[in-house]
Ligand binder design. Structure first.
Ligand code: GLA
Length: 330
């Protein structure tokens, strides 16, 4: 598409005044950072680190929340109208891949994805868009293994324990995280029949709570639950649903993924809750490093590696303080 047709879109999306103000492209480097759930702590942390990179290296960061496909398209138009040269995106739906790749190709803006990998029309990852994500299956396995170890420590009989798998299988990273978790539990001796899936419609606490409640209610005969999901919000939602059904914290082992504020809030409570642990990820690598990589790509043509997968560390009530301090100092 030509610059003109994107400009028309931008004007329609409300960018007209900006266009009037900037007759020619400014000299500085401008990078967009679009996230699917701006209210989620993880994405706030990514933005915080991306802004730190912008301050340190002297570029502009344009952070935009884009919670559905329409908002992604209008955000891209805004970036174009504001003369951004590249953007990083965690899209609300990976199937927006062809539209996003098409926009990048037509406008010459450089595109990178973070967290959720974009897929093409064939359903496969778009290899031409550099991606930074977590090593989902390994991180899921850490969560599953931590849950199995804690259940063993508490002396829970395998035959009397349920595994609540709160799932968001349309997202590859979500599917892989849960796959890794379930594999680790099966390796610890849990049978497939102990696993109950609760598909969530949204990956926040509310979506998980609504998904978990009916499944737990239907299995009221099971007294002990391991609760897993793709992020901390999800597992907190599952744990709150179990607690809402009068289950004692001692009978719940929730293990989240993220290690952000929502996990820490539970781990820091004076009395243990059913939220036992999380896998601490690095928003610095997903926010600071991606923004810097885009800056270097725009500035000196150094293309980021096609795929970067980051790792995680299990944190519990006992270890989170030290591990967070270590992460902050890194
Ligand atoms: C996905 C999840 C987020 C977060 C990131 C981390 O986007 O929806 O909650 O876990 O992955 O990469």
């Amino acid at each position: 598409m030509t610059r003109r047709s994107w400009l028309t879109g931008a004007a329609a999306a409300g960018g007209a005044s900006l266009l009037g103000a900037c007759a020619s492209a400014p000299g500085d480097i401008r990078i967009g950072f679009l996230v699917k759930q701006p209210q989620e702590q993880w994405f706030q942390d990514e933005w915080r680190f991306a802004r730190a990179a912008a301050r340190r290296h002297g570029f502009s960061l344009i952070a935009i929340g884009a919670e559905d496909g329409d908002r992604v398209l209008s955000a891209l138009n805004t970036l174009y109208a504001r003369f951004a040269q590249g953007f990083i995106i965690c899209a609300p739906d990976p199937r927006l891949g062809p539209a996003i790749a098409g926009f990048a190709a037509d406008t010459g803006l450089k595109a990178m994805s973070v967290d959720d990998r974009l897929t093409g029309a064939d359903g496969l990852p778009i290899a031409g868009i550099p991606h930074v994500g977590i090593s989902a299956r390994k991180i899921g396995a850490l969560a599953g293994a931590a849950a199995a170890a804690e259940a063993k420590r508490r002396g829970w009989p395998i035959g009397e324990t349920g595994i609540l798998r709160i799932s968001f299988d349309s997202l590859e990273t979500g599917r892989e995280r849960l796959l890794g978790a379930v594999e680790a539990l099966q390796a610890a001796g849990y049978p497939a029949s102990a696993i109950f899936s609760a598909p969530q419609r949204t990956t926040d606490t509310e979506g998980a709570f609504s998904a978990a409640s009916p499944v737990l209610t239907a299995r009221a005969g099971i007294d002990r639950w391991i609760i897993l999901g793709l992020n901390d919000e999800t597992v907190v939602g599952g744990v709150r649903a179990a607690e809402g059904l009068s289950m004692a914290a001692a009978n719940i082992i929730g293990v989240g993924i993220g290690g952000s504020e929502v996990a820490i809030a539970d781990l820091a409570k004076p009395r243990p809750t059913g939220f036992y642990a999380s896998v601490l990820l690095s928003p610095r690598r997903h926010g600071y490093d991606t923004a810097l990589a885009m800056y270097e790509w725009v500035g000196d043509g150094r293309r980021p590696p096609p795929l970067t997968l980051t790792s995680g560390t299990v944190i519990t009530r006992d270890t989170y303080r030290d591990l967070l301090a270590r992460e902050a100092a890194a």
